[in-house]
Design a protein around this ligand. Structure first.
Ligand SMILES: [Zn+2]
Length: 62
C-alpha cells in the first residue's frame, strides 16, 4: 500500500497515511483533534526532494 503525505491548510501540520490504492481520493482529516480540518494531499515525496535539492544548489552557488 502506498503512503500519501498530507498537509493541513489550517494548522500546517503534515502527516502521512497509508492508503489502499482505490482509497486514495478519500479526503484525509488533520489528526489534531482541535483542528480536524480536511487536509490536502502533497505531491510525492520523491519529486519534493528533487525540487528541494535544486533550490539548495542554487542558493549555495549564488
Ligand atoms: Zn490541522
Amino acid at each position: 500500500m502506498p503512503i500519501y503525505e498530507y498537509k493541513c491548510p489550517a494548522c500546517g501540520h503534515t502527516f502521512e497515511e497509508l492508503r489502499k490504492h482505490n482509497d486514495r481520493e478519500r479526503p484525509a482529516t488533520c489528526p489534531n483533534e482541535t483542528c480536524a480540518t480536511e487536509a490536502v494531499r502533497l505531491v510525492s515525496r520523491t519529486s519534493f526532494e528533487l525540487k528541494g535539492g535544486g533550490w539548495a544548489k542554487d542558493g549555495y552557488s549564488g
